[in-house]
Structure formats: structure tokens, C-alpha cells
Write a protein that binds this ligand. Structure first.
Ligand code: DLL
Length: 440
């Protein structure tokens, strides 16, 4: 009998965009070291504060970097450094060389402004094409991009990547949700790009028009920009009849394109390690955590010209897994992405993250996936109220009792539950506001 030849890969195995995705570890490490030295050279030549930090670590030339471990001698960069040097103080090139500015929303005061040279934009576009391919996008697909176009990197980032792949990008941007639902259907989008929370608002708008998950051409959702749990993912998958894939990134590194799940496994986000070195540190003392432990994610950019950042503390919590992925990519993966350090609330002595509440909420039948926490201080202690909505046909009173009990059991702290009418929890067109702090 003639052999059948190589096994046909499962249909969800996605194409490798770039050979760098499957580099053996030794080659990847050598490439990272070479690029780290180039970054050190750029910082020494053009970024005053970065050069000072390098000097503190005894690095006066790229040749002083012998191994990747040398990184750990260098003091961290933080968001405060960006704020203090707002807007252009950390550029390593003259401002005139920038061809684009973007920014992060900045919930506290000024936004974080980031700049790109022509080469930076090209790198970012390639990273997005790679990441979107990893997530299942193919040439010719129609991509409905409902991320805000503007300073938010989620709009233009996915736009550039989609065009590079050869997909048809529909730059809808955020807002006017009823119109989004119409366009999504009429133009036959196979891919939806949005924040996870906004995707559910779009799903609701479709449902309001009587359009169910089987009535659109949608196959994939590329979502990120905010923390979301597997529970929410399951609800999104069901509501839209898609496979939702997680994208992580931050403006300071480029925007989306730092780490992405593959559609094959949807199990951890592949870090584009040829462009970013990831470390996980104990947020208290800055030391590396044990392999696989959760800590604060720290990134070093390896290819950025305009705004190279060495050891940037993201404030985001997560862990890194080095187990091989079934998709064949060799990169380390982010797991347990659980939100930001400063999202943590202390309620009567108990540490609580909003993502924990979402996890519980999405495990309960009869509750819609729209929610918000209200933090108040009526007396000497902080009090927390969960506002949510019943799913169609659910009994609000019964739901409230059940949720309060479950939350108490799972978190160890009493959280009041207020079940509002359908549509009453504020909807967001971008990143959802999960905690409203009314403590004054
Ligand atoms: O949110 C970039 C992005 C856009 C990533 C679209 C993915 C998709 P910033 O506005 O600078 O950039 O916000 C970055 O958002 O430090 C995290 O706290 C959070 N974040 C982004 N993606 C995720 C995710 C964009 N998948 C900040 N899971 C980051 C959890 C995320 N948090």
C-alpha cells in the first residue's frame, strides 16, 4: 500500500508567518542577545534616562553585555518615568524622525504618548500580520475592526496587520453599535476585532435584530486590550458562534502584537520573543519569581528605534510557560493574565481582583455577561457592590441570593449584589470600566 504521506494537520493549525516563530531556543537566545546589544547602543546614543540606568548597571557600551542575564542588573523603567518625561523625553531619535504617534488611554492624568519611526511601523505591521495569522486570519477574509481608530493602538494596529496579510479590512472603529451589527452582516465579516467587552455589546445588537450566532459569517474574534476570563470567552464564543482569541500588548512596547494566542491551542499567548524579552518579577522586591509563578510582567523591547525600553514594568500580572505548544511554535507563552496590580482591592482585609469576580459571575447560569463593581466607603470600611443583569428569563431575586452566596464562598468577603434591569449596566465601546471608585 502506498503510504498516505504526512498527516493532514487539523484545520485549526495556523500558518507560520515568520520562521522566527519556530526558532530553536539557542538560536533565539543568540538573536535576542545580538538585538539587546543593538538596543543598548541606541539607548546610549539617544535616551538620556536609559543611558543613566545602564550606567548604574556598569554598562557603558554594548560590549559590556555578555549574556541576557546581564539585563537583571539594570534598574527598571516604570510608567512614572514615561509620565515625568511626557511627551517626548524618552525618545532615542529626534522627534522629526517619527512618522506616527499613538497613546494609551491613561486613566490617571496625561496619556502615555508613544512614537514610531518608519522602521518601527514596519516592525509593528509585521508583528501584527504574524499574530493575526497565528490567530487564524487568512488572506481574503473580511475583518470587521471595531477597535477605536485614533490614539488607541487597537484600531490601526489590527488594520495594518490585516492589510499586510491580504485580508479585507473594514475600519468601522468603535460606536454606533446598531450600524456595526448591520455592516458586520451585510459585508460578510469572518473576523471581528474588538475589546472582549465590546464584542458582547455587538452580539447583543445582533440579537436585538434577531440575528443569531448561526446567521453571520463570523468565524473568529481577535480580542484584547483588557483582562478577560475563560468564562467570558466561553460566553463570547457562544453568543457570536466564533472562536475568540486573546491578544495582549501595550502601547509602550508597540500596542497589540506583543503576545498572542494561537488558534490551534488557545492556551497561553505566544510572546514574540525575537522582539521582546519577557521577565516575571515579584512586584514587592523586583526579584525574578520561580519558573511558572505569577508575578509582574516586565518587557524589554529589542527592535524599537524611537522608544526603546529596557526592563519596563507593565503593572500587569501573569506567568510564563515554557512548555512546548501543540502548534509547533517555540516561543514562551503568557498564562494566567489576570489584570493589573493596581486593580487589586482590599475589602475588609481580603485582597480581591475584578477578574476573580468575573470568573465567578460567568460560571453562573442566568446572569448576563455585563457587570461592574462599585467601590464605596460608607463608614470606616470599603464596601463592594456587584451590579449585573439577569439573562433572559432569569429571576432577579433568586439570582441575587445565589450570587451573593457564591461570591462570599469563593472570595471570603461579603459583596452586595444588585441585579439591574437588562441594559442598565453601562456599556463600553472600548475598554470596559470594571470598577467605579466612589470613595471620594
Ligand atoms: O490595549 C494594546 C492592545 C490593543 C492589546 C488591542 C490587545 C488588543 P494600551 O491601551 O496601552 O494598549 O493598554 C495596555 O491593557 O498593560 C494591560 O493592562 C491591558 N491589556 C491589553 N491586552 C490585554 C489582555 C493596548 N489580553 C494595557 N489581557 C496592558 C489583559 C490586557 N490585559
Amino acid at each position: 500500500m502506498t503510504p498516505l504521506g504526512p498527516t493532514v494537520p487539523p484545520s485549526t493549525t495556523t500558518r507560520i508567518w515568520d520562521a522566527a516563530e519556530t526558532l530553536p531556543r539557542e538560536e533565539l537566545t543568540a538573536l535576542q542577545l545580538e538585538r539587546l546589544r543593538a538596543t543598548v547602543a541606541r539607548v546610549l546614543a539617544g535616551q538620556r534616562l536609559g543611558a543613566e540606568r545602564l550606567a548604574e548597571a556598569g554598562i557603558a557600551s554594548p560590549n559590556d553585555v555578555d549574556a541576557l542575564d546581564d539585563l537583571t542588573r539594570i534598574p527598571f523603567f516604570t510608567k512614572a518615568d514615561l509620565r515625568e518625561n511626557y511627551p517626548f523625553g524618552l525618545l532615542a531619535v529626534p522627534r522629526e524622525q517619527l512618522v506616527r504617534l499613538q497613546a494609551s488611554s491613561g486613566t490617571h492624568g496625561k496619556p502615555t504618548v508613544v512614537g514610531y519611526t518608519k522602521a518601527d511601523l514596519e516592525t509593528w505591521t509585521e508583528l501584527m500580520a504574524r499574530s493575526m495569522t497565528m490567530a487564524g486570519v487568512q488572506p481574503g477574509m473580511v475583518i470587521h475592526n471595531a477597535n477605536g481608530y485614533g490614539l488607541f493602538t487597537g484600531g490601526l494596529g489590527f488594520h495594518q496587520g490585516g492589510e499586510r496579510i491580504g485580508a479585507t479590512v473594514v475600519p468601522v472603529s468603535g460606536g454606533r453599535t446598531a450600524r456595526q451589527a448591520m455592516l458586520l452582516r451585510d459585508l460578510g465579516a469572518q473576523v471581528l476585532v474588538a475589546t472582549p467587552s465590546y464584542s458582547l455589546v455587538i452580539a447583543q445588537a445582533l440579537a436585538d435584530e434577531g440575528v443569531g450566532p448561526a446567521d453571520t459569517s463570523l468565524e473568529l474574534g481577535l480580542f484584547g486590550g483588557e483582562p478577560w476570563t475563560d468564562g467570558l470567552r466561553a460566553q463570547i464564543d457562544r453568543a457570536l458562534g466564533i472562536k475568540a482569541v486573546n491578544f495582549y500588548g501595550l502601547s509602550e512596547m508597540c500596542g497589540p502584537g506583543v503576545a498572542t494566542e494561537c488558534l490551534t491551542a488557545r492556551d497561553g499567548l505566544h510572546v514574540n520573543e525575537d522582539h521582546f524579552i519577557v521577565e516575571v518579577i515579584d512586584p514587592e522586591d523586583g526579584r525574578p519569581v520561580d519558573a511558572g509563578e505569577v508575578g509582574e510582567l516586565v518587557f524589554t523591547s529589542l527592535t524599537k528605534e524611537a522608544l526603546p525600553l529596557i526592563r519596563y514594568r507593565t503593572g500587569d500580572l501573569g506567568a510564563v510557560s515554557e512548555h512546548p505548544c501543540s502548534c509547533g511554535r517555540t516561543s514562551a507563552r503568557l498564562i494566567q493574565l489576570g489584570g493589573r496590580r493596581d486593580d487589586m482591592m482590599i475589602i475588609r482585609g481580603v485582597n480581591l481582583y475584578p477578574s476573580h469576580v468575573e470568573q465567578i459571575l460567568t460560571s453562573v447560569d442566568g446572569v448576563a455577561p455585563h457587570w461592574q463593581l462599585i467601590l464605596e466607603r460608607p463608614g470606616p470600611m470599603d464596601e463592594l457592590t456587584l451590579q449585573c443583569e439577569p439573562a433572559a428569563g432569569a429571576d432577579a431575586q433568586e439570582l441575587r441570593g445565589r450570587l451573593e452566596e457564591l461570591l462570599k464562598e469563593a472570595t471570603g468577603v461579603r459583596i452586595a449584589v444588585s441585579v439591574l434591569e437588562a441594559g442598565a449596566v453601562p456599556r463600553s465601546e472600548g475598554k470596559a470600566v470594571r470598577v467605579v471608585d466612589r470613595r471620594g
